[in-house]
Ligand binder design. Structure first.
Ligand SMILES: CC(C)(COP(=O)(O)OP(=O)(O)OC[C@H]1O[C@@H](n2cnc3c(N)ncnc32)[C@H](O)[C@@H]1OP(=O)(O)O)[C@@H](O)C(=O)NCCC(=O)NCCS
Length: 300
């Protein structure tokens, strides 16, 4: 039976989440999170998505949008095809839809696993950054240092959205990447992050000094598979180099170990020396790499 490519609908998001999780085993994401990203983005993000179906079965998924968190406003896209259906032109057809949707974007970002690199390069995307996915069993981490630490740790729910935003928005600008994340407004941040269903804000931690959060760390948990993803960590510039980010992450690992989690994953740019040093010291070891790509083109 021929594979059909169509605009996806909201009901496809559940099958699409299963598909992308199957293709990329180190993802920790849920249907609620995927729905939120696609449906709660602001209009200027121009989110759209396409489904490739073999009969009733979803075999490919493509998404596209404009990065509303940056002044660069680059486009971005992602294409995934089930292994059983690769090398049959499905990825190319999904890519074509996504590129057409981003017709007026001169710069388009994509992320590839090892399996997607040849495809991205075939279409003229150039490799810009490599990210390292690493993991640790939190039950093996010595958290004794928390007893004598000079900062208090607290849940992000306890410190609240305003303090969390202050640390997140200041620190994320310094995260290595293709476009600086320099246009994060509080109102949209509340939607994108504070209300993001995949974040467990009770377990996500802050290091608190002078009665305010100075470092924050977010976590996504999958209790079924006992895996978690330490999604983002940042600290206020004035408080860097004093171990507060590491403290927040250490407290998170302690909580996850107590809850019986067996694997905590994290992803870092290979040039992010500070965060890689923290993670090495916490016991994280590399699992695999992810590749950032950019396509430069003349807008249509
Ligand atoms: C990348 C991916 C979507 C490709 O899907 P696909 O349906 O197999 O791709 P297509 O069959 O449409 O291939 C289109 C072209 O890319 C080439 N191509 C596909 N995969 C390739 C690979 N791994 N290495 C080299 N070339 C590749 C094909 O040969 C074809 O070229 P041709 O037109 O010259 O014959 C799929 O491998 C995947 O889901 N990977 C994991 C997710 C990912 O990394 N996505 C990258 C987003 S940019």
């Amino acid at each position: 039976m021929a594979v059909s490519i169509q605009e996806g609908d909201i009901d496809d998001i559940a099958a699409a989440t299963a598909l992308v999780n199957e293709i990329d085993r180190t993802r920790v994401s849920t249907v609620a999170g995927a729905r939120h990203r696609l449906l709660q983005a602001p209009p200027e993000a121009r989110r759209n998505w396409w489904a490739a179906r073999d009969g009733e079965t979803l075999v490919g998924w493509g998404t596209a949008g404009i990065d509303h968190d940056t002044t660069a406003r680059s486009g971005y896209l992602n294409v995934s095809v089930l292994e059983s259906h690769r090398r049959r032109g499905i990825g190319a057809a999904l890519l074509e839809r996504a590129l057409a949707h981003l017709g007026d974007s001169a710069r388009i970002q994509a992320s590839a696993t090892e399996a997607g690199r040849g495809f991205a390069e075939r279409y003229g995307f150039r490799h810009t950054h490599t990210r390292r996915m690493s993991g640790v069993d939190p039950r093996t981490v010595d958290t004794g240092e928390l007893e004598t630490a000079e900062a208090r740790t607290a849940s992000l729910l306890e410190v609240g959205p305003e303090q969390t935003f202050a640390v997140d928005a200041e620190s994320v600008v310094d995260q290595p990447g293709d476009d600086p994340i320099d246009a994060v407004g509080y109102k949209q941040w509340l939607v994108d992050h504070w209300a993001f269903p995949d974040y467990d804000l009770e377990l996500s931690r802050a290091a608190v000094v002078d009665r305010r959060a100075v470092a924050v760390t977010f976590v996504i948990v999958d209790r079924g598979s006992r895996r978690a993803l330490n999604a983002y960590t940042g600290s206020l510039r004035a408080y860097r180099g004093r171990g507060f980010a590491r403290l927040a992450k250490l407290d998170l690992l302690r909580l996850l170990a107590e809850l019986g989690f067996e694997l905590v994953l994290t992803e870092n740019d290979e040039t992010n020396a500070a965060m890689l040093a923290i993670n090495n010291r916490l016991g994280y070891t590399p699992i695999e790499s992810r590749y950032s790509y950019i396509l430069d083109r003349r807008p249509e």
